[in-house]
Design a protein around this ligand. Structure first.
Ligand SMILES: Nc1nc2c(ncn2[C@@H]2O[C@H](COP(=O)(O)OP(=O)(O)OP(=O)(O)O)[C@@H](O)[C@H]2O)c(=O)[nH]1
Ligand SMILES: [Mg+2]
Length: 696
């Protein structure tokens, strides 16, 4: 692959709802540019982008793919992003280094949530964008319905750049209004022709809109336009380009990634109206030497500054690090400095990647995207530069995981492999978290949804030969007492020879939540020698750890040893430890023990139309609604509630179905509260049964 000057590069993320046709569309563009001989399909599992065995099996993208298309002297780095919400992390990575996005939406009146999420993220990043209306050839295609919805949801800046020629099964081409030319046929066979007369009225109307938007983007053009002069084609394209850059214009294009109609015009529009990497505001970075925030100017001869936006950790291919160069050039066989890890990294071969194929590169120049293999510590979000000229760019802020499962290694060997394998998988997927819960002793896998964690379990097996099974998520319940009580714990084994004797009286009383266990003594007159008190405490705490009536750690009480007796020969730490444990059991029986459950503070952000359903559902989970307020996003509300953790384990999936994927939520630990009596009874019964089963 040859080197391209920054003006000839376009970094374009393909985003949108799952199944919209992004991968298939990219396949046609690769075919257009003759990088592939025939168009693969998701059904056949032979697209350039979906090369991962899991993607082929599931027939949709799981990971972001890099697909450079070299077209008419330009290099368009397509970043094909998975549309499934579970893989939203990949969208964050792509949109961080893209200079523009193409939002792909099927020609139907309703907008899918994947489109809305992508649009919202583009808005937050102020990213220039196009909308490509796909699947125009379907017999129920409704592009006018979609245009009306787009105007409503995205506003007046959404303007058609094309007028479709023919609709549904008769869809055969588009009129490019900016060039006042019609293009019919598909892919490489796209031919220019006259504009059908019956479309002229619509074409003229759209042209007026485009003229207006183009004029609004530049003072000079505005003056000419307001003067009643027509803009030249060149001025129009220039004005539209500026409008796209400023985000005042979002051109809408039409096509079909099934027939290949309209796809060629997308390439042309990206070249003519899409920003090149040097056009957008220069990103900021911290200059390590001065500590100042500086702008990274896109200079080919500037100091190296490259940002790592993706990492893949394949045990066979080894680690691959994807980077975009913001200044200077990235060379092979050199050393670079990783600012985030403050260490040197030796660079061997560097590549241009297209899907899974790697092509050695002699240099990756400013604005371009490349890949380097086998770096040691570098991870996604790191900045690579020269040791003498260090800059740190802001890492990507990934969303927090929302769905947790517990996994168990199948064998000891799997157990040994699991930790390192999960660490590698986290390297390539920052939205994945895995840790061992200190309280429930389970290995927890946290991700963006059930599909996400499922695909991780598959990767564990396929890539790292590690098999795991799912376990029920254990809720970290606690137990405590609600009234003062005192009881004796006497452990006596005296049947000839050295016996065992430990005897203590313990008074227990409840303490406020989250106080833990307090242990003291009020021994007088040496009824128990002081040196046995730690043993009593140990026995008591061990018993507390095992729980009172349901096997959960008991806490939030004070235990006071106030009397007892000992035997000169038979008393020992062991005997008093047993006595402490017995005293705990006898005491708690009379202290009206209860089970405490963890409550979560829940914040659910939803479109207003779903507020009622969400509140009803939270009430159904023994939740207490704390309040409703307006969200920072228009037309959305925030519902606050406290809900038992046990009722929230599958909430990510339930909220998705209640709100058709439009709800977002976050939780944080709130407090421990008594479990309702009927729930506690069921838990105690269940525990008794499990205990009996274990004893037999
Ligand atoms: N009828 C029709 N089907 C299409 C078109 N484009 C894609 N498809 C089909 O839509 C399905 C999804 O296509 P993909 O290319 O995988 O869609 P995607 O947007 O990459 O989906 P994710 O990877 O899940 O985000 C496949 O069955 C395609 O064959 C089109 O223009 N018309
Ligand atoms: Mg895809």
């Amino acid at each position: 692959m040859k080197q391209y000057p920054i003006e000839k590069i376009r970094n374009v993320a393909f985003v949108g709802h799952g199944g919209a046709g992004k991968t298939t569309l990219a396949e046609h563009l690769l075919y257009m540019a003759e990088h592939i001989d025939r168009v693969g399909s998701v059904e056949a599992g032979n697209t350039t982008s979906d090369f991962d065995p899991d993607e082929i099996k599931r027939k949709h993208s799981l990971g972001l793919s890099l697909l450079p298309v070299e077209w008419q002297g330009y290099k368009i780095n397509i970043l094909d992003v998975p549309g499934y919400p579970d893989f939203i992390g990949e969208m964050y990575e792509a949109l961080r280094v893209a200079d523009m996005a193409v939002l792909v939406a099927p020609a139907q009146a309703d907008l899918d949530v994947g489109f809305e999420n992508a649009w919202e993220l583009c808005e937050q990043l102020n990213l220039p964008r196009f909308i490509f209306v796909n699947k125009m050839e379907r017999d129920n295609a409704d592009h006018t319905g979609l245009m009306a919805t787009l105007k409503e949801v995205c506003g007046r800046r959404v303007v058609p750049l094309h007028v479709p020629i023919g609709t549904q099964t008769a869809f055969k081409g588009v009129v490019d209004v900016s060039h006042m030319a019609a293009y019919v046929g598909s892919d490489r066979d796209t031919a220019q022709t006259d504009i059908p007369a019956e479309l002229m009225e619509e074409v003229e109307a759209d042209r007026d809109q485009l003229m207006e938007v183009a004029a609004e983007s530049e003072d000079e053009l505005a003056e000419k336009y307001l003067d009643g002069q027509a803009l030249t084609e060149e001025e129009l394209i220039h004005g539209l380009h500026t409008g796209v850059d400023m985000g005042t214009l979002v051109p809408v294009l039409f096509g079909s990634a099934h027939t290949g109609v309209g796809v060629q015009r997308l390439l042309n529009a990206i070249i003519e109206m899409g920003p090149h990497p040097g056009e957008m505001p220069s990103p900021k970075a911290e200059e390590i030497k001065s500590g100042n925030e500086v702008a990274i100017e896109p200079k080919a001869d500037g100091p190296l500054c490259a940002f790592v936006f993706k990492t893949t950790a394949d045990p066979y291919v080894g680690k691959l690090t994807f980077f975009r160069v913001y200044s200077g050039a990235f060379k092979p066989d050199t050393h670079v400095w990783n600012v985030n890890h403050d260490r040197d990294e030796r660079v061997g071969q560097i590549y241009f990647m297209r899907g899974k194929s790697q092509e050695p590169a002699s240099s990756v120049s400013v604005g371009d995207i490349g890949v380097v293999a086998k770096l040691q510590e570098t991870t996604t979000g790191d900045t690579l530069c020269e040791k003498a000229n260090q800059f740190k760019m802001k890492p990507i802020e990934f969303p927090d995981p929302i769905y947790t499962i517990a996994i168990l290694a199948k064998t000891k060997a799997d157990e040994d492999r699991m930790g390192p394998a999960l660490a590698r998988l986290h390297d390539e997927d920052p939205t994945l978290r895995a840790h061992r819960d200190p309280e429930t002793h389970q290995t927890l896998l946290m991700g963006m949804g059930d599909l996400h964690v499922e695909s991780i379990i598959e990767k564990l097996k396929r890539k790292f030969g590690t098999e795991v099974t799912l376990e029920d998520l254990r809720i970290p319940y606690r137990e405590t007492i609600t009234k003062k009580a005192s009881a004796q714990g006497k452990f006596k084994r005296q049947s000839g020879g050295r016996g065992q004797y430990g005897d203590c009286w313990v008074e227990m009383e409840p303490l406020p939540r989250r106080t833990g266990i307090e242990f003291t003594d009020r021994i007088v007159g040496g009824s128990i020698p002081k040196n046995y008190l730690p043993a009593i405490e140990k026995g008591l705490r061990e018993s507390a750890e095992k729980g009172i009536q349901a096997g959960y750690p008991a806490t939030d009480f004070r235990a006071v040893v106030y009397d007892g007796s000992y035997h000169d020969v038979d008393s020992s730490d062991q005997a008093f430890r047993m006595a402490g444990s017995l005293a705990f059991q006898n005491c708690t029986e009379q202290a009206n023990p209860v089970i405490l459950e963890p409550l979560l503070e829940v914040e659910v952000d939803v479109p207003e139309s779903f507020t009622g359903d969400v509140m009803g559902d939270l009430n159904g989970r023994r939740g207490r609604i704390q309040g409703i307020e307006a969200s920072s996003s228009k037309g959305r509300q925030i519902v606050r509630a406290t809900v038992p953790m046990s009722e929230m384990t599958k909430y990510a999936l339930d909220l998705r179905s209640i709100t058709r994927g439009r709800g977002r939520f976050k939780t944080q630990f709130s407090s421990y509260e008594e479990v309702p009596f009927n729930v506690a009874q069921q838990m105690v019964e269940k525990y008794k049964k499990e205990k009996q089963a274990a004893e037999h």
